[in-house]
Structures are given as structure tokens and as C-alpha cells.
Design a protein around this ligand. Structure first.
Ligand code: AMP
Length: 486
């Protein structure tokens, strides 16, 4: 499998051996608010990545940190007149609940505040090796002049890296403008921990390297997160860890997901375009084209994410994207429904071409995922298979027989389950089945019955179902606008 690696700027082969767990670390949330749909995108991608490797017979040691002490948490706690630890605890719980709602599982979580001793040891190592210094009354900082390769991950020159002020700690007494905090001395009213260099709290970047060094050692396989974290967070992590251990590379592959934007803009409280996972799931959507309002589900969000390549920016447009995702889910449900109910003939002569076709699609499907994890194209291969089957049926003048339909259905169901979708089977309500039967009875009377049959077809349509006439029984299925029932 090849994955695009941010550091080398190239697709790199993932070195993975059966029986040896792949060490994967993905930056977890800073718990000061409910998780939003951007978080959902990143964590759904890594969830699917772990699902795929597991299905291929590999094991993954999947680790995520929980940033439960940080400036953002302290600021929010002040605004809400509460204690930072209480606030962090509340949103940590909310994060786990929302991940469960999204069907995301398999990660081991590690809280920053449970790793203060490891953080202290790493800072001591950096001090001993001359990479860190103290600013009295302020804290300890990393001295960037001791690591000439700073900027190699984000592909910034040292000067550009120095000049950037984005989320780099502020202090006028730093040796270099870009130096980042390792330990911040205690301030009144802020949480603090004992350490040999004074009471205080850790800087943001050291939390992650202390956790990964404890769980994985100084070097490991893969580090993930969204693109916003490349600089300064991941650049700083790399700098710290390679300086502390003297070992390179810190990680073999850096895998970054693209950002989810709202109408082309970054999500933020101040712009009022912040959509939490809870809001998304609780807000009915009015799609374009006059379709009725519907409530999106966690499946909608999963499809919305995975139908696109993980590295492309995802521009969320409320009237468009959830509907596109629903349509895709609906298509797959309809293939499965047709395969179990409609598109079959009685002949049990099996065409060798169908099993060959499935083998070809299996190779195709895996090759899409193995080439920089192209979930969008892998999903599209389900639709391509369907179209190919229609062409085969047309060319050979026959529908699939039961055995063939079951084999195709099984293949699609396997992929649906690999992607973590739980699609409700389509059930035609009894009332509709009765009306369809009545309609078929009128139809069988030929000319005399046609007018009544047409009226019934209209009635069925008005109830949200479409009829395809077949002999002797018609095939009926729900209209796309009726999807909410499924
Ligand atoms: P944070 O809570 O901001 O520390 O972010 C937690 C994780 O979610 C990190 O991997 C971020 O890169 C990722 N993330 C944050 N915002 C977005 C977004 N809008 N789109 C995609 N991923 C995001």
C-alpha cells in the first residue's frame, strides 16, 4: 500500500508485516467544545484506514491523545466561569459519545494530564542536550537554533518558519521568534503540576511526543492529523523528538487529511459557521430541487467524508453535500434491494463472466485503496459494477439468476460493511404491496383492466413508490424522495 507522505512529498510504501502491529498516532481533540463535522471528517478517514488494514489481516496499534490542558481550555473555562479541568472532562466525554454515534472505534486514548511525568523527563532530556532554555517567570522553551532542519516537514525555510506567528507561543524574551513553549510556569487560577523546574503546565507539542515515546518509543510508523496541524504542531513534535532521541526519522509516514470548510471558509465561532456533529445530526436539511426536508444520519456524514479523497479540501454546502451522500447511500441500498427481489431469472445456468467480473472488481477495489487510500474511487467501483452488470444482462439478454445475484449482493455487502455503513434493508410497506398486487390483477385483465391499473400506479407513486411492470408480478421500490424511511 502507498500513502502520500507530507515530509517527502511523495507516495511512500507502507511497511507493514502481518503479526506486527502498525504504530499509528493521530492527533486527538483539544477538549474545550463539542466536536464539529471537521473533526468527524478526519476521524472517519482514520477509522476507515484502520478498518481496511484490519480487513487485510494486519493489526494496528492506533493511539490518539486527548489535549485536556491548553490555553483554549483555560480561556473557555474563564468565559464560562468554570474550572478548566471540569470543562475538559465534560467535552472529553462528549467526544467519546460523538465518536460512538459515528461508529468510530478502535483507538486507544491517552490524556495529556496523565502523562506529566513523561513530559517532565522529555524536557529534562532536551535541557541536558542543550535544546531548551528557561525564561525566568515565564517557562521553558525549545531553542530552534539548535535544530537546523526546523521547517523540513512543512517545507518552510527557517526564516519563513520563524516569521510565522500562527499558534506559536508568544513571549518577547525568546531567543528565536519561533521558539515554542515546553513548560509554562503556574499562573494564578490556572491548573498546575509539580516538576523539578517549578510548578506549571506543559506546552502543547510536548504532550504528544511524551505520549508517543511512552507507547511507541522514539520512532514509529505513522503520524496523522489534518493539514492545519503540519505547522507548527507537527513540525515542533518532529523537532523535539529528533532532538531528544538523536534518532531519525521520528516517523516513517506523515498522513494528513484535507480540511473541511463551510461554504469555502474555515469553521469558527466568530463567523457563526461552526457545525457540531450534534447540530448536524439534529438539523433537518432542506435540499435543492424541491425534495422534502430530511434528517441526516451518521451514515450521511460517513458517506460525505469517504466519497471524497482524504487529501482534498471538502467544501461543505448544506443544500448539496448531505443530499449527494444520501443519494449514494440510496443507490447502494437500491442495488441490494434489486439483487434480493427483482433482478433474477429462473434459469440456473451460471455465467462464468459474472465470477470473473467480481474477481476483476475485487482487484480494482483494493488497488484504489492501496493507492493513497482512494476511498472515493473504491466506493465508485460499486456503482461501476452495477452498470457493468446491467450491460452484461442487456448483452446476454437475461437477468442474473439467483446464485449470481447472491454472489454480487455478497460482494457489495462486504464492501458496505468494510466502509462501516449500516444500511437498513428496504422494506415495502404492506399497504403498498397490497396496492401493487391489486394493480397486477387489473393489468392481467389486459385492455379492461389497464385504466384501473394506471390509477393504482398513480396512487402508489403519490405514496412515494415507483412501479416497474414485470410479468407476472410488478417490481416496486421507494422513490429517492422517500429515503428518510431507510
Ligand atoms: P483540534 O480539536 O483542533 O485540536 O483538532 C483535532 C483534530 O481534528 C486534528 O487532527 C485536526 O487537524 C482535525 N481538524 C480540526 N478541524 C478540522 C477541519 N475543519 N477539517 C478537518 N479536520 C479538522
Amino acid at each position: 500500500m502507498k500513502i502520500y507522505d507530507t515530509l517527502s512529498g511523495d507516495k511512500k510504501t507502507l511497511e507493514i508485516t502481518k503479526g506486527v502491529p502498525l504504530k499509528l498516532f493521530v492527533c486527538g481533540p483539544t477538549v474545550y467544545d463539542y466536536p464539529h463535522i471537521g473533526h468527524a471528517r478526519t476521524y472517519l478517514v482514520f477509522d476507515m484506514f484502520v478498518r481496511f488494514l484490519t480487513a487485510q489481516g494486519y493489526s494496528v496499534h492506533y493511539l490518539q491523545n486527548i489535549t485536556d490542558i491548553d490555553d483554549k481550555i483555560i480561556d473557555r473555562a474563564k468565559q464560562e466561569n468554570t474550572d478548566p479541568r471540569t470543562l475538559a472532562k465534560k467535552f472529553e466525554e462528549a467526544y467519546y459519545e460523538d465518536m460512538e454515534t459515528l461508529g468510530i472505534k478502535g483507538a486507544k486514548y491517552a490524556r495529556a494530564t496523565d502523562h506529566i511525568p513523561e513530559i517532565v523527563v522529555q524536557i529534562q532530556t532536551l535541557l541536558k542536550k542543550g535544546h531548551a532554555y528557561e525564561i525566568p517567570g515565564d517557562g521553558y522553551y525549545f531553542d530552534l537554533s539548535t535544530f537546523p532542519e526546523y521547517g523540513k516537514l512543512s517545507h518552510r525555510t527557517a526564516l519563513q518558519a520563524e516569521d510565522s506567528v500562527s499558534r506559536v507561543d508568544d513571549s518577547t524574551k525568546k531567543r528565536n521568534k519561533g521558539d515554542f513553549a515546553l513548560w509554562k510556569f503556574e499562573k494564578p487560577g490556572e491548573p498546575a503540576w509539580e516538576s523539578p523546574f517549578g510548578r506549571g503546565r506543559p506546552g502543547w507539542h510536548i504532550e504528544d511526543t511524551a505520549i508517543t515515546e511512552k507507547e511507541f518509543g522514539p520512532q514509529y510508523d505513522m503520524h496523522g492529523g489534518a493539514i492545519d496541524l503540519i505547522f507548527p504542531h507537527h513540525e515542533a513534535e518532529l523537532t523535539q523528538q529528533e532532538s531528544a532521541s538523536g534518532k531519525k526519522p521520528f516517523v516513517k509516514i506523515w498522513m494528513h487529511t484535507g480540511f473541511l470548510l463551510i461554504d469555502g471558509k474555515k469553521m469558527s465561532k466568530s463567523l457563526g459557521n461552526f457545525i457540531t456533529i450534534r447540530d448536524f445530526l439534529n438539523t433537518p436539511i432542506t435540499p435543492i430541487q424541491g425534495n422534502p426536508k430530511y434528517k441526516p444520519t451518521s451514515q450521511t456524514l460517513r458517506m460525505m467524508t469517504l466519497m471524497h479523497h482524504y487529501r482534498t479540501p471538502l467544501n461543505y454546502i448544506e443544500k448539496l453535500m448531505p443530499q449527494q451522500a444520501q443519494d449514494r447511500l440510496w443507490s447502494i441500498q437500491s442495488y441490494l434491494f434489486r439483487l434480493s427481489h427483482g433482478d433474477r431469472v429462473k434459469s440456473d445456468k451460471i455465467r462464468a463472466s459474472i465470477s470473473k467480473l467480481l474477481e476483476e472488481f475485487e482487484r480494482e477495489f483494493n488497488s484504489k485503496l492501496e493507492n493513497d487510500f482512494n476511498t472515493g474511487e473504491a466506493l465508485a467501483s460499486i456503482d461501476l459494477l452495477w452498470r457493468k452488470l446491467l450491460a452484461v444482462a442487456r448483452d446476454t439478454g437475461g437477468l442474473l439468476n439467483v446464485t449470481e445475484a447472491d454472489a454480487v449482493k455478497k460482494w457489495i455487502e462486504e464492501k458496505v460493511s468494510l466502509f462501516g455503513f449500516q444500511l437498513k434493508p428496504v422494506v415495502i410497506p404492506e399497504e403498498i404491496q397490497k396496492l401493487t398486487k391489486e394493480m397486477d390483477e387489473h393489468r392481467s385483465k389486459k385492455k379492461e383492466g389497464y385504466s384501473k391499473a394506471t390509477d393504482l400506479r398513480e396512487k402508489i407513486l403519490a405514496l412515494g413508490f415507483l412501479v416497474e411492470n414485470e410479468e407476472p408480478n410488478s417490481f416496486v421500490f421507494p422513490l429517492v424522495t422517500n429515503w428518510e424511511a431507510y
